[in-house]
Design a protein around this ligand. Structure first.
Ligand code: HAM
Length: 422
């Protein structure tokens, strides 16, 4: 039997309600912060990611899906969205409309990683990019937006860890300093980190290997920020405090993508384990210029939606299917009439379903329960002759006869009572 590819998953109808809940809650919050949606293609020229994420990063070296198309162009499935959004921002001159261009996105990303809990090859991100200002309050806005999404979804027990990598000059200093500090331990590093020592020394500091972690933990993280970047970081921390967002300064946060400057952050959550972030982001003040645009500072983040789902797993039962009315049909030849009424109710915007298999009334009531019906219309020959139906309120477990002319109002009243709260 054909199966989904390793590291990819179907999102089945039973899970779709939770995905929709996450996406619609996030959309509501994006609107509150005035972020507008952008949808970019899932395929791009591979060079876009090589140039922006960095040639020496794990994503580009080991994880990117790259193929030659029929025209022998080197194409990549996007491993993340920031690079694509920068490309779209420049290509479509989006910066001309407003001083700060605020964008959000939701969609699939692709990385050929070893699949495990919370790590897939096709996964989904929802994120934002705020392009056009270096104001530390924009960093605070973006972080508070992420925190508000978690609050709205009921994601608890999370830690916000922040750091500043400084400007490009500071970053170069930090790299140099770290290289010197790591040198005495070079032989004790894992094979990958031995390679990283030359190519991408900062990545040694977020290696998952226990030996490398121990070495990294033992190395003092000096403050090497210039006064401008140090001031920027202080202002970010102050802004977070003012609006009551708790954070931990963690100088070991370096991020796995090369484009970051100044503020970087990661959000970890208890149910995922300390190693995996549910959300991560930061500033990338040099990227737009490096990609051929004007000097344009920017900041953003992305959540991993699968990881949001994992952290909501224990609350999944709160999200139940919903249906305004289910038609339980009794009596010979009544289906067509019931179908006609159902069509009228759908015209009024009520969600309806019916049993097509002519099951017993008991089986139909079980089905109504399973579908999360707020009301059941028991459609019988006798009642219809009197222009009535029996209407069961599934929440109160009460049943009454209702005139056909009043049916819409009665169903709406039941649906309101049973509105789902998450
Ligand atoms: P990232 O840290 O590579 O950053 O990914 C962001 C989030 O995507 C992670 O924290 C995680 O929740 C999720 N994620 C990453 N890889 C996987 C995977 N294989 N399976 C499941 N979830 C995964 C970025 O992508 C940046 N573009 C974020 C950003 C936006 N920075 C600035 N703007």
């Amino acid at each position: 039997m054909l199966k989904a590819l390793r590291g990819t998953k179907d999102i089945l109808p039973a899970d779709a309600a939770l995905w929709q809940f996450i996406e619609s809650s996030a959309r509501d919050i994006f609107a509150i912060y005035d972020y507008k949606e952008i949808r970019t293609p899932v395929i791009e020229e591979a060079s876009l990611f090589i140039r922006s994420i960095g040639n020496a990063t794990d994503i580009v070296q080991k994880e990117m899906y790259v193929f030659s198309d029929r025209g022998e162009r080197s194409i990549a499935l996007r491993p993340e969205a920031t690079a694509s959004i920068v490309r779209a921002y420049l290509e479509n001159s989006l910066g001309q409309e407003k001083a700060v261009t605020k964008l959000f996105y939701i969609g699939p990303m692709f990385r050929s990683e070893r699949p495990q809990k919370g790590r897939q090859r096709q996964f989904h991100q929802l994120g934002v990019e705020a392009i056009g200002s270096d104001n530390p309050l924009l960093d605070v806005e973006v972080i508070s937006l992420a925190a508000r999404i978690m609050r709205a979804l009921g994601i608890k027990d999370f830690n916000l860890n922040i750091n500043s990598l400084g400007c490009q000059k500071d970053k170069a200093n930090i790299i140099e300093k770290r290289r010197k500090a790591v040198k005495p331990y070079l032989n004790s590093l894992c094979d990958e980190c031995k390679e990283r020592y030359n190519k991408n020394v900062l990545r040694i500091f977020d290696c998952k290997n226990a030996g490398c972690r121990k070495i990294a933990e033992g190395i003092e993280s000096d403050n090497l920020l210039c006064s401008d970047c140090a001031g920027h970081f202080e202002a970010v921390k102050k802004g977070l405090k003012v609006i009551g967002i708790n954070f931990i300064v963690d100088p070991k946060i370096v991020r796995g993508l090369d484009y970051y400057t100044k503020t970087v952050f990661e959000v970890t959550q208890k149910d995922l384990g300390a190693k995996d972030a549910i959300c991560a982001g930061g500033r990338y003040n040099s990227l737009i210029e490096e990609m051929g645009g004007k000097d344009t500072p920017a900041v953003g983040f992305a959540f991993g939606i699968e990881r949001m789902i994992l952290s909501l797993e224990k609350d999944r039962h709160l999200i139940k299917p919903e249906l305004d009315v289910f038609f339980a049909v009794t009596g010979e030849g009544m289906h067509e009439k019931a179908f006609q009424l159902m069509n009228n109710l759908r015209d009024k915007g009520l969600s309806c379903d019916i049993d097509y298999d002519e099951k017993s009334l008991k089986a139909q009531m079980r089905m109504a329960e399973k579908l999360g019906a707020r009301s059941v219309i028991i459609f019988g020959e006798d009642e219809i002759k009197r222009e009535k139906v029996s209407l069961r309120d599934m929440l109160k477990r009460e049943q009454k006869e209702v005139d056909l002319k009043d049916i819409v109002e009665e169903i709406k009243a039941n649906s309101k009572k049973g509105a789902i709260s998450c």
